[in-house]
Design a binder for this molecule. Structure first.
Ligand code: C6P
Length: 406
């Protein structure tokens, strides 16, 4: 992609100017968390410098300014994901909390004999809360298996879905392998038996602009820190009809209508699910991050990152003994790999000495590692502010690590 404004974009990210171990930082751990552009950093500084106040509580000017900015961010997020109503956007502390919130709600609605389906490609955040829910309700957890390519076995999915299926939860993109899952098809099949669907969009949100109405999805969860926003904030999209039915996740201030010792009634949406003082600055900065990414454009981002992925895949595969895990046709800019006879941790440590940040280990997706019978992988994950020179630096560093460790 020749006209992608990479030089201009990189100037937006102060951290990309720093050195690590005396070498220019090459940040390739974007699937763990993305870096923050100065537009978002400025938004955070402005909040704490000018209008830091609690929201939805005071009549004073600062409180009103903070409330307006927070609600404006909710509206930006609504527009971005094309939700129908602003109250369908619930601020959370991140993807993990969004999933736990829904699992808690369903723990009052499911019973023995009900079935729920989880995919083999999930992050632990989209496994453990449902296991807890199943233990509580007696519902049965069934696993949609994966294929060696890292694709989901959609034939097996068709056989798993039946009249007892109440809920399906799958990620949009696998964090460990980069597979883009056929969520439209997964949702349609689940709907055919009346099951609800939660899509974990944590890894998709930085690459794909999901349209929750077009997908007809019931719940879609994301974290701001994977899309140029701050940590500790995220969003649960939930269809209004579902959110109205589910019980609140936490009790506390702001989620109530009337509190009496005899009985408490709850506030309407979205406040019913937003107990306590939220991450106000984080929510506002999430809005700024979405503005920033939309200025670059998600189609341009996806194309540029795809070109990085193709180049990195080709170059890494030339290294003798290197194996890539996750070879799905539809994948984002994540490469999980190992070199025969070398522990991933050792590769990660050596490339770090050369200034290159990658993640090593099981990536909070142990079932995937078990499937391939490996302890973990080295994972390089690219963002739109990475360059082709950085891909080359990774390849050279991996070659060097191999020389040193063989
Ligand atoms: N994956 C990674 O290195 P939180 O921590 O709540 O923001 O996101 C959890 C989560 C849920 N689902 C998927 C698909 C994810 O990738 C993650 C976070 C990071 O892959 C950190 S473990």
């Amino acid at each position: 992609m020749t006209n992608f404004p990479i030089d201009k974009i990189r100037q937006d990210f102060p951290i990309l100017q720093r050195k690590v171990n005396g070498k220019p930082l090459v940040y390739l751990d974007n699937a763990a968390t993305s870096q923050t552009p100065k537009q978002v950093i400025d938004c955070i500084v402005e909040y704490y410098s000018l209008y830091n106040a609690n929201i939805h509580r005071g009549v004073h000017t600062l409180s009103q300014e903070a409330t307006d900015a927070y609600e404006a961010a909710r509206e930006k997020i609504r527009v971005h994901f094309n939700a129908k109503h602003p109250e369908e956007i619930i601020f959370t502390s991140g993807t993990t909390e969004g999933i736990n919130l829904v699992a808690h709600g369903f723990s009052k609605r499911l019973k023995k004999g009900d079935e729920v389906i989880v995919s083999a490609l999930e992050h632990h955040s989209n496994i453990v809360p449902w296991q807890m829910m199943c233990e509580e309700t007696g519902a049965k957890l069934k696993v949609l298996p994966m294929l060696p390519s890292g694709d989901l076995d959609m034939k097996a999915y068709a056989d798993l879905v039946n009249a007892n299926t109440k809920l399906v939860f799958v990620n949009h993109i696998s964090n460990a392998l980069g597979t883009i899952n056929p969520i439209k098809e997964i949702i349609e099949k689940a709907k055919s038996v009346g099951a609800a669907v939660l899509i974990d969009g944590a890894q998709a949100a930085p690459h794909i602009k999901a349209d929750v109405q077009a997908l007809d999805v019931d719940f879609y969860v994301v974290s701001a820190h994977k899309m140029c926003g701050p940590t500790g904030v995220g969003v649960l999209y939930g269809k209004k009809t579902w959110l109205e039915k589910l019980d609140p996740y936490q009790g506390g201030g702001e989620m109530i209508d009337q509190v009496r010792f005899e009985q408490t009634t709850y506030a309407g949406l979205p406040h019913k699910f937003e107990a306590g003082t939220p991450n106000i600055c984080g929510g506002i900065a999430f809005g700024a991050a979405i503005d920033y990414m939309n200025t670059i454009g998600f189609e341009a981002i996806a194309q540029y990152e795809h070109d990085l992925l193709v180049k990195a895949t080709q170059a890494l595969l030339e290294i003798d003994g290197l194996k890539i895990y996750g070879t799905a046709k539809e994948k984002t800019s994540v490469i999980s790999f190992n070199i025969e006879g070398i522990h991933p941790y050792d590769i990660g440590t050596i490339v770090d000495k050369l200034g290159i940040a990658v993640r090593t280990g099981h990536h909070c997706a142990q079932p995937i590692m078990d499937y391939y019978e490996i302890p973990g992988t080295v994972r390089a994950s690219f963002a739109f502010y990475n360059t082709f020179e950085e891909v080359e630096a990774l390849v050279q560093a991996v070659k060097k690590a191999k020389e040193m460790l063989s």
